[in-house]
Design a protein around this ligand. Structure first.
Ligand code: GRF
Length: 227
């Protein structure tokens, strides 16, 4: 079933798929400007595939092991998304590096969510590294993908406090909750054509008034309810 006028989105996953679920839920609203038309996983056992099937969204498994090299795998990915008429790809916990050729082909049509306030903490183990660095504010970022890992014009970010006694797991859970709010919001902005890339920066038309006015933590006395 296709919704006229909606941006056709393909999602790439490797695992749990909780961000996929958040995107599926957002896209289920009749006025949402995007629809998910295909979910591709490189791992057959990815739990996210079941979420997509439950939502009635077509899925494909493309295992990187079935291809001689990264370029061949990425070419198959591109072909699969193009055959499905995909306009925009969302990476949602896809755990393979993509080739510069794939990234260039989908330039400004490929977005990712990363569990840190980029450009801080690119790569893995972001929550443990944030704790080790002693930052007081951590969060997540949705960005257009560029060839270098976890770089590219930032579409949106959400911040959470790092609280005394946090473990990587507790911090990860707090960030993940924000990921599930941020990703659909950013997808909406992109799908509505409100994001313009100028060099390394994404400019947002009318970012709305969702965000609190300040993100200061520890909160000063008059902003105790900031977070
Ligand atoms: C999320 O933390 C996301 O930021 C990162 O990979 C994780 C995927 O989790 N890119 P899920 O599969 O969406 O639950």
């Amino acid at each position: 079933m296709s919704r006229p006028g909606a941006v056709r989105v393909g999602v790439m996953i490797s695992g749990r798929g909780s961000n996929l679920r958040a995107l599926l839920e957002a896209c289920a609203a009749p006025d949402f400007p995007a629809e998910i038309v295909l979910v591709v996983s490189n791992r057959a056992e990815a739990a996210g595939l079941r979420r997509a099937e439950t939502a009635g969204v077509p899925t494909r498994v493309l295992s990187h092991r079935d291809f001689p090299d990264r370029a061949a795998f990425d070419a198959a990915l591109s072909h699969t998304f193009e055959a499905a008429g995909v306009d925009l790809i969302c990476l949602a916990g896809f755990m393979r590096l993509l080739t510069p050729g794939f990234v260039a082909h989908w330039r400004d049509r490929l977005i990712n969510i990363h569990p840190s306030l980029l450009p801080l903490f690119p790569g893995l183990d972001t929550h443990a590294r944030a704790l080790a660095a002693g930052v007081k504010v951590h969060g997540c970022t949705v960005h257009f993908v560029r060839a270098e890992m976890d770089t590219g014009p930032i579409i949106g970010q959400a911040a959470v406090p790092v609280r005394p006694g946090d473990t990587p797991e507790r911090l990860a859970a707090r960030v993940l909750e924000m990921e599930h709010r941020l990703y659909p919001h950013c997808l909406r902005l992109v799908a509505e054509g409100r994001v313009r890339v100028a060099g390394d920066v994404a400019e947002i038309d009318d970012p709305g008034s969702d965000a609190p006015a300040s993100l200061i933590y520890p909160a000063p006395p008059r902003a105790r309810d900031t977070f």
